[in-house]
Design a protein around this ligand. Structure first.
Ligand code: GDP
Ligand code: IMO
Ligand code: MG
Length: 420
């Protein structure tokens, strides 16, 4: 059993990139299995920040192979921008990155459709990152998609043209279209596709199968968070892929029997970017303080993230769907100096106490019920302060899952690691 999974348990941005980068030395291969450039995973390399959108977070490590799996959707333009940035820092991307031929292309018109759909929704918009993710997965399941491996066949241009024409027809249903220079976008896209041909496009399903047979250790890196899962999240305010651990099998072509550890990441509080319900959201100065102290602005879109207390009802749900074996709590330092910290342990739904997530989190009045905790000021990675320990133990007891590490800063080594 050689595949471990690391994923977000909330609404994304839990610090997955940082933790993958920290854990990577224990693995041979790091894979993305779903999502696309809607993700923004922040890492620090030699003190310099980098945000990865499509490339797995193991890319800085010389001996690690990084795989973009079949379940991922790829925009060649943003992928090339990411590659350019990495190569300018001396990272040999060509030798370290493998792209599965089955992964789907995001076309410029997917982004245009995304923007048109969001504009038409008005106040009910999803708050999409506008990276074309939803329309691309729609074409995938609608069996119209163009895959990375298609560019190696003679009828590639024909397939692309057919899909673009279809999208143009679909766009006519909207009264008003967002501005979009299709000719310019297509030029950039075609140039990026031409460059992509120089990278390693492979049948990653066999590659990973062979890697497993020869005892290689694989880490699957989730994007987004469990509450943004297309099936289990706060639908329709979700993304268009399976972000939970089950998505690893679909998104890489590996059987469930080889999955071993499932590392579930949560912040010490909770954030959400984009629209949709968020029961423990704080609309007051405490929420604002968390946003400021945590630097809570989207790594992909720069939008301010909505902030609130940790929600254990929500986390319990995420943990059992994913089969989390180890918890990782990030950004504990952001709450340094807070007098009181709260954790929701149940919901009051129309006067009745509940510890279950209903189908809609916003159709009825949900009032989270909180336990209070005294604040801490954690700065050392060598020992844990008593109040933080009490808080972390309460989370671990509620979820009945051990805590493997606590992150107390954005840097690679700012981690209290209990597995040592
Ligand atoms: P991801 O999408 O899950 O990889 O997370 P993001 O990169 O979008 O957002 C997490 C942000 O928190 C980034 O700016 C990280 O540098 C930062 N970060 C990660 N862990 C910690 C931590 O323990 N403390 C603090 N203060 N920042 C952290
Ligand atoms: P990482 O991997 C936080 C949110 C968007 C929007 C919804 C749908 O960095 O944690 P989409 O563009 O997928 O159609 O948007 O999902 N969203 C994220 N929120 N972190 C992410 O990724 C996200 N990816 C998408 O804000 O509400
Ligand atoms: Mg992010």
């Amino acid at each position: 059993m050689a595949v471990d999974v690391l994923l977000g348990l909330q609404w994304g941005d839990e610090g997955k990139g940082k933790i993958v980068d920290f854990l990577t030395s224990s693995y041979d291969i790091v894979c993305r299995f779903q999502g696309g450039p809607n993700a923004g995973h922040t890492l620090y390399q030699d003190g310099k920040k980098i945000v990865l959108h499509t490339i797995p977070s193991g890319i800085f490590h010389e001996k690690i192979v990084n795989v973009i799996g079949n379940g991922v959707v790829v925009n060649p333009v943003t992928l090339m921008q990411e590659i350019d940035e990495l190569e300018s820092r001396g990272v040999d991307v060509k030798s370290r990155l493998l792209i599965c031929d089955r992964a789907h292309f995001i076309l410029p018109t997917h982004r245009w459709l995304d923007a048109a759909s969001e504009r038409a929704k008005g106040s009910t918009k999803i708050g999409s990152t506008l990276r074309g993710i939803g329309p691309t997965y729609m074409d995938k399941t609608g069996r119209n998609g163009v895959r990375i491996g298609d560019m190696l066949f003679d009828n590639f241009q024909e397939k692309v043209n057919y899909l673009i024409e279809k999208h143009k027809t679909l766009l006519t249903i909207y009264d008003e279209l967002p501005e979009f220079d299709l000719a310019q976008e297509m030029n950039a896209w075609n140039d990026a596709v031409a460059r992509l041909r120089q990278y390693q496009i492979i049948n990653a399903i066999y590659y990973l199968h062979d890697a497993l047979k020869t005892g290689k250790r694989i880490l699957a890196e989730g994007a987004q968070g469990s509450m943004l899962d297309i099936d289990f999240g706060t639908y329709p305010y979700v993304t268009s892929s399976n972000t939970v651990s089950a998505g690893v099998c679909n998104g890489l072509g590996i059987p469930p029997t080889v999955v071993n550890r499932v590392y579930g990441i949560t912040k010490a509080y909770c954030t959400r970017v984009g629209s949709g319900p968020f029961p423990t959201e704080l609309h007051d100065e405490i929420g604002e303080k968390i946003m400021k102290c945590g630097g809570e602005f989207g790594a992909t879109t720069g939008r301010p993230r909505r902030c609130g207390w940790i929600d254990l009802v929500q986390l319990r749900y995420s943990c059992f769907i994913n089969g989390v074996t180890d918890l990782i709590i990030t950004k504990a330092d952001v709450l340094n100096g807070f007098d009181m910290i709260k954790a929701a342990t149940s919901y009051n739904v129309k006067g009745t106490k509940s510890t279950e997530l209903p189908m809609y989190l916003d159709q009825e009045m949900i009032e989270p019920q909180y336990d209070n905790f005294e604040g801490w000021s954690q700065t050392s990675v060598d020992s844990i302060e008593e109040n933080l320990e009490i808080y972390v133990s309460a989370i671990s007891d509620y979820l009945t899952i051990p805590v493997k590490m606590i992150s107390i800063g954005p840097g690679r080594d700012e981690v209290i690691n209990f597995s040592n």
